[in-house]
Write a new protein. Structure first.
Length: 205
């Protein structure tokens, strides 16, 4: 719940009327300071006219996460067969039970890894905006290049709009991890389990 407002704020920070007004003000003051012609259009107008800007931000989908999950499961099964499937088992049931235990542990690990990957991706999006796109905005403004500033702002806006969906991806996969293994979330998982237990108790009264 602490991460969700951050994702929404990220969008607001890079795609807000306040930011665009500030860019217009900086461009105007820079032109006055340097004795250049005043900007002929607002950054809003320039952004509206940009139809060829392609998204430069990293992307992640549930499908890609699920493919990574399945690849991890396939590797786990292959590894087990290489190490343990040597024909030395006393019975087929013993072999299958051992494989089932191994795959259960692998599933728990892959489920946790999938949620962690979704969480890291939100940080990657933040890093992209902070380290790649935003310096383009500020650099263009320093050069009094309002056209390039508008293009960079357009890219920032496109990236920022994905933040709530990226958070949702994280939320969904973290929920799957909790359902699969609450204890894998540490103290948070234990607190949620206790809260669910309390809700169940209260509901019976």
């Amino acid at each position: 719940m602490q991460i969700r407002p951050g994702a929404d704020e990220l969008w607001g920070l890079v795609d807000s009327e306040q930011v665009r007004r500030a860019v217009d003000t900086v461009a105007l003051l820079t032109a006055v300071r340097d004795g250049h012609p005043l900007p002929a259009a607002s950054v809003d107008g320039l952004m509206d006219g940009l139809k060829d800007v392609e998204a430069s931000h990293p992307t992640l989908t549930q499908e890609a996460l699920d493919q990574e999950f399945q690849a991890a499961m396939d590797r786990a099964e292959s590894t087990w067969k290489e190490i343990y499937d040597d024909g030395s088992w006393d019975s087929e049931d013993e072999r299958n039970d051992h494989l089932a235990d191994h795959m259960h542990e692998a599933r728990q690990e892959a489920t946790s890894d999938r949620a962690a990957r979704a969480g890291r991706f939100l940080m990657e999006l933040c890093d992209h905006l902070a380290e790649t796109v935003w310096p383009e905005v500020t650099g263009a403004l320093r050069r009094a290049d309002l056209d390039k500033a508008a293009r960079a702002l357009k890219e920032a806006s496109m990236a920022g709009k994905t933040a709530p969906a990226v958070y949702k991806l994280y939320e969904v996969n973290l929920s799957v991890q909790y359902e699969s293994s609450p204890y894998s979330l540490g103290a948070v998982g234990e607190q949620l389990m206790a809260f669910e237990s309390w809700l169940g108790t209260e509901g019976r009264h």
